[in-house]
Design a protein around this ligand. Sequence first.
Ligand SMILES: Cc1cc2nc3c(=O)[nH]c(=O)nc-3n(C[C@H](O)[C@H](O)[C@H](O)COP(=O)(O)O)c2cc1C
Length: 188
Amino acid sequence: MSDQTVLVLCGSLRAGSFNRMLCNSLPDLAPAGMRFTTAPDIGSIPLYDADLQQASGFPEAVSALGDAVRAADAVMIVTPEYNYSVPGVLKNAIDWVSRLPDQPFAGKPVALQSAAIGMLGGARCQYHLRQIMVFLDAIVFTKPEVFVSFAKSKVDEEAGVVSDGPTRDAIAAQLKAFQPFVDRFVAR
Ligand SMILES: Cc1cc2nc3c(=O)[nH]c(=O)nc-3n(C[C@H](O)[C@H](O)[C@H](O)COP(=O)(O)O)c2cc1C
């Protein structure tokens, strides 16, 4: 199995984010040969405005994110669900990146995970995100899916990681299946 770099993009800016804890847990649960890099900060990206783009070009944070997506073999988006959909901060970052020349998500294997305090674990957000990624010509991984429901009860908040056994097993199973999927689509 070849070495892979997976860029992790978190949809929450919150310091005590359960989704960030999910991100933190990935290296420990990944198969050999899969390593992770953290996406540049998306909180500093201004709201998308075509006039701003025309006047000043792409903000540095957008170019940095686009470069990071291009440099990675694959992307893992880990996000909460806001009002049954994609958090504005994440959608805004994706909207900016989607306007970059040589659009970075095209042909990129992308996997999705979500954590929420509710019983669906962010499922509705994932299906909206999947639809967005289809438009961007990303190659979206299907299953196994990872929805961390009732997230507060599945984490060790002090350690900042997912601690629930079955949830850790589900994450590991997804990463194990994602590895050959990425291998299939990454040109080497
Ligand atoms: C604006 C907003 C909208 C939310 N909408 C949903 C929702 O639609 N579904 C859901 O399960 N949880 C929803 N939540 C609760 C989140 O699951 C909860 O805040 C979670 O902790 C966010 O993820 P984080 O801990 O990674 O920041 C919402 C929270 C906020 C702040």
